[in-house]
Design a protein around this ligand. Structure first.
Ligand SMILES: NC(=O)c1ccc[n+]([C@@H]2O[C@H](COP(=O)([O-])OP(=O)(O)OC[C@H]3O[C@@H](n4cnc5c(N)ncnc54)[C@H](OP(=O)(O)O)[C@@H]3O)[C@@H](O)[C@H]2O)c1
Length: 352
């Protein structure tokens, strides 16, 4: 079956998605009987739509040559309802820049898509961090799916572990290294770099933004804690509910003390049920080297759930290298797309 997708944001993740679908659609068709078509793509400069499917290579070429997918396109298609209508898509993939002030532009597209009866896969965190209750309420009322694996430290399968694997157990809490950029900086600092050198290295590696505030001050990790906590505990945390301390204040003495104890400093995000309430935080902590999070290096991420009666269950990644962050995240978007297609009955059952 052909599944039509409207995509907002054509940066690392959006282009990663187009590249993967260009290269892997045949495989998905053979394996699952489903083919994904991009029928609308929006970037900052405008939008392009075709309900019969846009050409992946042409989109990537236009973006690299002209800086936009939308050169010469009808300007009206910028408008949310017009864009969604023109795309005739069944699913919105929201991968525009994350914004923790008003969650735009993603929020208008997400609400507009649910309004039109579309399912939604989000990679950007703004809508979830600022509008969790409203979003989940709207999706439930409309009978629509909202999937968001890519928002919580992809490709680590945090949500799948909690929701599918630990489904019969009680989750008491979780802790994780949820932000790759601050982890990379802390790893460099634990090897002797200053904070400024660590940031510069992460920028040279293409990981840290020119302004690294969202990563180093713990905003990104706090949003991920909020999303996992709300998904797992059914809570309605907002960003302000997560106590937050970033890595700017981690000093040479603290790092040296950890080294002398054969331990390391990690930025840990956690949430826990305390007397029936969710308590959530992000802060640097000293961890032993044989701890499942303490042993992670570089830009690796991971999460550990504390459960009854199974004890601690961990999921971690060891980035393979060679893929940019956008492609890795786009693979997680594809995970959601295939699972969504399965849930909707759009895939072919496996054949013997
Ligand atoms: N990169 C990762 O590994 C990763 C991992 C997990 C989650 N995410 C999230 O996924 C999203 C995309 O990440 P990314 O790395 O692809 O970011 P990016 O490279 O900065 O791309 C952002 C895209 O959003 C578009 N955009 C920004 N403001 C817009 C507006 N007002 N209207 C329409 N389009 C707008 C940009 O348009 P232009 O191209 O015209 O500038 C660009 O195409 C972000 O929310 C990020 O937090 C990323």
């Amino acid at each position: 079956m052909n599944v039509r997708i409207a995509l907002t944001g054509f940066g690392n993740v959006g282009q990663g998605l187009a590249t993967l679908l260009r290269d892997r659609n045949e495989l998905y068709e053979r394996r699952y009987g489903v083919r994904f078509t991009l029928t609308g793509v929006r970037d900052r400069s405008g939008a392009v739509t075709d309900p019969h499917g846009l050409d992946f290579a042409a989109l990537l070429h236009a973006k690299s040559e002209q800086g936009t997918v939308a050169a010469g396109a009808n300007d009206m298609e910028r408008d949310v309802p017009t864009f969604l209508e023109a795309s005739q898509a069944q699913i919105l993939v929201e991968a525009a820049s994350t914004n923790y002030v008003d969650a735009e532009p993603g929020w208008s597209y997400v609400l507009g898509a649910i309004d039109r009866g579309m399912d939604v896969v989000v990679a950007s965190k703004g809508s979830l961090a600022l509008h969790w209750n409203e979003l989940m309420g709207a999706a439930k009322a409309a009978g629509r799916h909202v999937l968001y694996s890519a928002t919580v430290g992809s490709p680590v399968p945090s949500l799948q572990l909690a929701e599918r694997v630990l489904v019969g157990a009680d989750i008491l809490g979780f802790e994780g290294i949820l932000n790759a950029t601050s982890h990379q900086i802390l790893t460099a600092m634990s090897q002797g770099a200053s904070y400024a050198e660590g940031v510069r290295q992460a920028q040279e590696m293409g990981m840290a933004e020119t302004d690294p505030t969202l990563d180093v001050d713990g905003w990104d990790a706090a949003a991920k804690v909020l999303i996992v906590a709300n998904a797992v505990f059914g809570s309605s945390l907002r960003l302000d509910d997560v106590r937050r301390q970033g890595i700017r204040g981690v000093g040479a003495q603290e790092l040296e003390r950890a080294r002398e104890a054969n331990e390391v400093i990690k930025l840990i995000g956690r949430a826990r049920l305390v007397d029936g309430k969710v308590v959530a935080s992000v802060a640097p902590e000293q961890r032993s080297l044989d701890d499942p999070l303490g042993r992670l290096r570089g830009d690796a991420m991971g999460i550990v759930f504390d459960t009854e009666p199974l004890g601690r269950m961990a999921a971690t990644d060891e980035p393979a290298g060679g893929y940019g962050g956008g492609v890795t995240t786009a693979m997680t978007v594809i995970r959601d797309l295939i699972n969504l297609a399965r849930d909707r009955g759009w895939t072919r059952p496996p054949t013997a």
